[in-house]
Each structure stands twice: as structure tokens, then as C-alpha cells.
Design a protein around this ligand. Structure first.
Ligand code: PNS
Length: 158
């Protein structure tokens, strides 16, 4: 069983995340999309809201399940018998950051990190930008799944 994790903050999940999760699901037997719980940066959505959106938006993939984790990603990997972390690279600046994290994770545990290049269609896309556009009433329908678009609309109405 080749089980991998697609970890992230997912605040909220975007079409870019879904693209990577779906492509990973074609390459591996099981994909766990895992939301980080103890985020230090201020999040718009609670962990449970993020998990619920991720759940809803990955329902079509039969070999994807979702989870939340706290603490170190490598501990979550060990507890769930995961040998590989999947991360997306949109740009060289992503690579600079991700390389350090991947090397640290490998040093800590031997868990491998496999990088997938972002779909060029989504190389500009980030959860932060989606929130900024949505906050000011911009159209995010091509950037996030319809369910997330709806949740953003509700959130900014609150
Ligand atoms: O969506 P993001 O914010 O780019 O995801 C970052 C994430 C959650 C993958 C990363 O911050 C993470 O793994 N955090 C858990 C703590 C950890 O294990 N850090 C790496 C070793 S220092």
C-alpha cells in the first residue's frame, strides 16, 4: 500500500490544492489530505470548518481521505504509516522554502518529500489571495470549488 499525505493549512482549500490531491490520487494507492490544526498564523476558518470543506471537495476521489493533525508532520506520518509527503511547487520561491522543510523532515524521520509542479493554470493561486479577493467581493468562482465559494461568501457576510 503506497500511502501519501498532502498536508496544508487549507484556509480554505483551493482548486490548486484539489488539482494536486487528484493527481496524487492517480499516482498512489491512498492519499490523506491533512489539515494542520495548531496554526500560529491567524486563520479565517476553524480547523473543523477547513476539514469539512476539504472533505466535501475531495468526496469524488475514492482513494482520498481527510484528517487533521497537530504538531510535527513527520509524527503524523509515523502514526499513520505514511512514507511520502506530497508538496506542490508553484515557483522558485516555493522551492527555496520547501527544500529546507523537506530536508528537515527527512533528517528527522527518513520520510521522503515528492514535489509536484503546480498546474500552470493555478501557479498564481494561493489561499491568501483567494481570501483577499473574496473579502472585497471579487469573483473567485474559477479559483475555488463552488462549495468553498459559498462558504467564503457566508464568512465575509458574518
Ligand atoms: O499550506 P501550507 O501553510 O503551505 O502548509 C504548511 C504545512 C502545514 C505543510 C507545514 O507548515 C507543516 O508541516 N507544519 C507542521 C509542523 C512541521 O512539521 N513543520 C516542518 C518541520 S520544521
Amino acid at each position: 500500500m503506497r500511502r501519501v499525505v498532502c498536508p496544508g493549512s487549507f484556509d480554505p482549500v483551493t482548486n490548486g490544492h484539489i488539482d494536486i490531491i487528484g493527481r496524487a490520487a492517480r499516482q498512489y494507492d491512498e492519499v490523506i489530505a491533512a489539515v494542520l490544526g495548531n496554526v500560529s498564523k491567524r486563520a479565517l476558518f476553524s480547523v473543523d470548518e477547513k476539514l469539512e470543506m476539504l472533505d466535501e471537495c475531495t468526496r469524488a476521489f475514492t482513494n482520498v481521505r481527510t484528517a487533521k493533525f497537530d504538531g510535527l508532520l513527520v509524527d503524523f506520518c509515523r502514526e499513520n504509516d505514511i512514507g511520502t509527503i506530497i508538496r506542490s511547487l508553484r515557483s522558485v520561491s516555493d522551492f527555496d522554502y520547501e527544500l529546507q522543510i523537506a530536508q528537515m523532515n527527512y533528517q528527522l524521520s527518513g520520510v521522503e518529500t515528492m514535489f509536484m509542479t503546480a498546474n500552470p493554470q493555478y501557479s498564481f493561486l494561493s489561499s491568501s489571495l483567494v481570501k483577499e479577493v473574496a473579502q472585497h467581493g471579487g469573483d473567485v468562482s474559477s479559483l475555488v470549488p463552488p462549495y468553498v465559494e459559498q462558504r467564503l461568501r457566508e464568512k465575509y457576510k458574518e
